[in-house]
Each structure stands twice: as C-alpha cells, then as structure tokens.
Design a protein around this ligand. Structure first.
Ligand SMILES: NC(=O)c1ccc[n+]([C@@H]2O[C@H](COP(=O)([O-])OP(=O)(O)OC[C@H]3O[C@@H](n4cnc5c(N)ncnc54)[C@H](OP(=O)(O)O)[C@@H]3O)[C@@H](O)[C@H]2O)c1
Length: 360
C-alpha cells in the first residue's frame, strides 16, 4: 500500500522539528509538504531554520535528514490540502484556530495546539487512555459538515498526568488530584521561548494559562463519551506549573486521593500493566510500556529518563502512600516534545489509521 501523504505545519518550530526527526522512513506516513509562517515561506527548510548569525537551529537529537533539509517551506496561510491525506500541526494556538478548520474541511488534522481542545465536539485524544473518544470524530464531522476533522493531543504537561491517573481511576477510583510540575524550557517553544537570563540558576513559578489547561484537559480525557460529547470525570484537579532549568522532559509531583484503599504494590502493578491491549496493536510509535515504574528512590530524573523508549513511555518513581488526601503520591517524567507533542500526535494518527478514520 502506498503511504499516507502528510503535511507538517509549524515544521520549523521545536515540536515541528520532532515530527521531522521521527518521520523519516515511517511505514505509514510520507511527508510531502512543509508549512510555517510567512517568515520561512519560499526558503529551503535548512535555510528557514538558520538564524541571522548563520546557525542552523535544529534542536532535535536525531539528525535532520537531507530529504527534509532540501524541501521548500510553504506559507501555511496559502497552502492547500491538494495532494495531502493528513495534516500534522505544530503552530501556536492563534494560528491553529485559523489554519486547522481550513484543512479539516477536506482532510484529517492531528494537532499539537490547544485551539480546539475545549470545543464540545472535539476529543482530546490520548491513545490507550480514551480510545472510545474517537467516536466524537463522527459527531464533529456531521455537526461541522467537514470531510476531515481536528483531533488535538493533550497539552504536554497533561500527557504524563492523564496516562498515570487512568489505571488508578480504573482500579481504585479517583476523587482528588494535586500536581506540581517542573517543566522544561523546550516546552515554551523557540519563538520567543524562555530567555537564558530568566531560567539559568532559577525556577520560574508561573506559566501563563498552563494550570487551567491541565486541570480542564485531565477531566475531559478521563471523562466518558455520551454519544454527543464528553462528560467530564468527576475528579477535583488542582495544579501548580513551574519552569525549571532543564532542556527537555517535564517532571511532575502528583498526589492522588483514591476512593478505594490501595497499597503501593497494587498501584505499581496497575501502572505496569496499563495499556497492554493497546501495546499489542504494535503501532509504529507505540512503546513497549505506556508507563515504566522505577523502584529506585532517586528516579525518575529528566536527564536519565526522558528518552526511555524513545521518549514514548511515562517514567514513574517514588510511589508512596499519601495520608492527607488518602491515596498515593508519586513523581513522573514525560518527554514533552515526543510523547507530549510530535510523536504523541503521530501515535494518535497511527491509531486513527488502524481504526479506519484516516486513509488515502
Ligand atoms: N514545545 C513543546 O514541548 C510542545 C508540547 C506540546 C504541544 N506544543 C504545541 O505545539 C505548538 C508549537 O509549539 P512549539 O513549541 O513548537 O513552538 P515554536 O518553536 O515557537 O514553533 C512555532 C512554529 O509555528 C510557526 N508559525 C508561527 N506563526 C505561524 C503562522 N501564523 N502560520 C503558520 N505557522 C506559524 C513557526 O514558523 P516560523 O519558523 O516560520 O516562525 C514555527 O514553525 C504550540 O501550539 C504548542 O502549544 C508544544
């Protein structure tokens, strides 16, 4: 079968680069168009990411392949869906609000942006966690009269949180969650990004709009599909989101109040077993384990654990009883630009191909 022809919008940014790092030789997807802002339009990709001083600003650890380096970047505002079966978007929310519906009229759009996450007919899709929310795609198509659709992945901080909460909710029921994040610098992208002067030797105690996003999305992701929309999970979620001096990998400290008493070993077992049916689908970007639980009290650490399973597993450690909320507490590390953005979006698309929502 010939591969699904893909356009990547926002290809020059931090999340967009992770798409290009992961897409060479993908068995299902073939990149045929690259889009970005007017600033990059009409340039060869390697020139579009070259700064005024001549530096090629490629941030991914995997190399930029020649095939993509020599592709011309189009102005996303003028790009058409002609010759494209699927669009991945990695642009800021304001641009996504305009671009995504234009493409979704014709073809599926799998997004890393927040623009449509809170619309009642749009799923915030997280593979293995809420597969049944894919059914909302048909509601969206019908309501909007689109041939395609928009499916955003969650905010990068929500990803590790929702993945680790899901097995706990299924096995023991969750009443309350309190989470504090220590988020990496790459999470802010590169335009304008975080100034070195602000972050070196420092912790910034506020990330605009982040806490609201994580609180809202977690309840939607863990909620149930009602036939017409998603009924939020009845879980109280409260977050503090901070920025720390780490390049990649978001660390989170999570306190969970459970409905049913659970021992630490039961919690670890529920997390370790989570998602085995989904893993068995053997989609190209699926890790062997959605959650990796460490018994080492000094793990997880972003530098040591963000790249586990190519950045696609959430690494959990320090699982302990939590006496104040009545439940369990733990630390997690999740790769914000891979599972939390580009590769997470690819995994969504791979599942939607498997489920028949995306095709040629
Ligand atoms: N970074 C992460 O860890 C992460 C994680 C999850 C989700 N996300 C989401 O991914 C999206 C991109 O974030 P990022 O961190 O990659 O940001 P970024 O590094 O600042 O990149 C932004 C990208 O958007 C393009 N762009 C800007 N304005 C545009 C416009 N009007 N039309 C078309 N393209 C435009 C830029 O192109 P030029 O180079 O031409 O300016 C660039 O390719 C955001 O919605 C963000 O919330 C990011």
């Amino acid at each position: 079968m010939s591969r699904i022809r893909v356009a990547v919008l926002g290809a020059t940014g931090v999340a967009g680069q992770q798409f290009l790092a992961a897409l060479p030789n993908h068995p299902l997807f073939e990149v045929v168009k690259l889009g970005a802002s007017e600033r990059s339009a009409g340039k060869k990709y390697s020139d579009a990411i070259r700064d005024a001083g001549g530096k090629v600003s490629w941030f991914a650890t995997k190399p930029l392949v020649e095939n993509f380096a020599s592709m011309m970047v189009e102005d996303a505002a003028h790009m058409t869906p002609d010759g494209v079966d699927l669009v991945f978007t990695a642009v800021e929310s304001d641009a996504a609000k305009v671009l995504e519906p234009r493409f979704a009229e014709k073809v599926p759009v799998v997004s890393t942006a927040s623009a449509f996450r809170y619309e009642p007919d749009v799923p915030v899709f997280l593979p293995a966690v809420n597969l049944d929310h894919a059914k909302l795609i048909e509601v969206q198509r019908k309501r909007r009269g689109w041939k395609g659709f928009v499916t955003p992945g969650p905010n990068c901080t929500t990803v590790g949180l929702a993945i680790t909460l899901k097995p706990l909710d299924a096995a023991f029921g969750i009443e309350k969650v309190v989470m504090t994040s220590l988020q990496s610098v790459s999470g802010a992208g590169r335009s304008p990004g975080v100034l070195a002067l602000d972050i070196i030797d420092n912790v910034v105690p506020y990330i605009a709009k982040e806490e609201e996003k994580v609180e809202k999305e977690t309840k939607k992701i863990l909620g149930s599909f009602s036939g017409e929309g998603i009924a939020d999970a009845k879980i109280a979620v409260s977050c503090t989101c901070t920025r720390v001096n780490v390049i990649e990998g978001h660390t989170e400290s999570v306190f969970v109040g459970l409905k049913k008493k659970a021992g630490v070993d039961e919690v670890k077992a529920a997390m370790r077993e989570f998602g085995s049916d989904f893993v068995a689908l053997k989609l190209p970007s699926t890790p062997q384990h959605l959650i990796t639980v460490s018994d080492d009290p000094y793990r997880p650490q972003p530098r040591l654990d963000r790249d586990n399973e190519d950045g696609m597993t959430t690494t959990v450690g320090r699982v302990r009883e939590e006496p104040v909320l009545g439940g369990v507490k733990y630390m997690l590390v999740s790769h914000n630009t891979r599972m939390g953005a580009a590769k997470g979006a690819m995994l969504i698309a791979e599942y939607l191909v498997h489920a028949g929502y995306i095709g040629k």
